[in-house]
Design a protein. Structure first.
Length: 75
């Protein structure tokens, strides 16, 4: 009886792994974003201050307090 002829095992060719640049983790915000956020916050605060210290703000707060007191049955 003859033995079947065995074929040599072919190993895959190992190619060097291309390493990509590590992804930059973006934690927090940058200085430019701080500046924009600060400017936007200051602008909003200024707008609210102007609205609430004028006659519109006085009417708004008065109607709000009257409504809350009415709901509580006090006013």
């Amino acid at each position: 009886m003859t033995r079947p002829q065995l074929h040599p095992v072919r190993r895959p060719v190992r190619r060097p792994v291309r390493r990509l640049a590590p992804a930059r983790q973006e934690r927090g915000i940058t200085t430019a974003e701080y500046a924009v956020g600060t400017a936007a916050g200051a602008g909003l605060a200024g707008l609210l201050y102007k609205l609430l210290t004028g006659s519109f703000g006085e009417q708004l707060l008065r109607s709000l307090f009257d409504h809350v007191l009415g709901l509580l049955g006090i006013g």
